[in-house]
Design a protein around this ligand. Structure first.
Ligand SMILES: [Cu+2]
Length: 199
């Protein structure tokens, strides 16, 4: 009985070593024998290649805006909003914040920076879930201070739905409403994203 157990452990250990060695050998051979068709099979960069994208929050006279107001990034990349002037927020369109309609991917975490008040103050977050994200500045939403972020592919989702088609019941109209200039700017950004797609 004891001899059997010993043999069995030895066998398992041997199999374990073989299965560990397997992927390493495959990876090593891939490096040298990669066909062109396989090169496009890796959709995401390694974590160490993640980038940080800077978005400035700007007031210039009567204009309040994110600069740039549109970004295409890769999953795992970070966006850092930096206050350049005035006071601003970066806030995801999500019912969790101020009753706004959902305009980010359904699996994604919403965010709200709170009001940034000191020049140079910043807020950052990492985007993992692929899709289209709409966000706005709470003090300046009615003036059209909104932005859009495409993470990975511009997949269909809440962030590409025309804002005027959002169902608005009278009771929640005031809290979560989208203002006219806000809707116009969102449409401009949505059209920009759609133009990125292959026709
Ligand atoms: Cu603002």
């Amino acid at each position: 009985m004891q001899a059997f157990a010993w043999n069995r452990r030895t066998f398992l250990r041997t199999v374990g070593v073989l299965s560990l060695a397997g992927p390493a050998v495959l990876l090593a051979s891939c490096k040298h024998d990669k066909k062109p068709s396989e090169a496009g099979d890796a959709p995401q960069p390694p974590k160490d290649q993640a980038q940080i994208h800077i978005v400035r929050m700007v007031t210039d006279g009567e204009r309040h805006f994110f600069d740039p107001d549109r970004l295409v990034i890769r999953p795992g990349d970070k966006v850092k909003w930096v206050l350049q002037s005035m006071v601003h927020t970066t806030t995801a369109y999500h019912p969790q914040f101020f009753g706004k309609p959902l305009r980010i991917p359904e699996q994604a975490e919403p965010w709200h920076s709170g009001v940034l008040t000191e020049i140079g103050q910043s807020y950052e977050r990492t985007f993992e879930v692929e899709g289209v994200y709409n966000y706005y500045c709470t003090p300046h939403q009615s003036l059209g201070m909104v932005g859009i972020i495409v993470v990975g592919k511009p997949l269909d989702g809440p962030g590409l739905v025309p804002p005027e088609m959002m169902p608005m019941e009278e009771g929640i109209m005031m809290e979560g409403m989208i203002y006219e200039r806000e809707a116009e700017k969102l449409m401009e950004l949505i059209e920009w994203v759609k133009a990125l797609r292959p026709s």
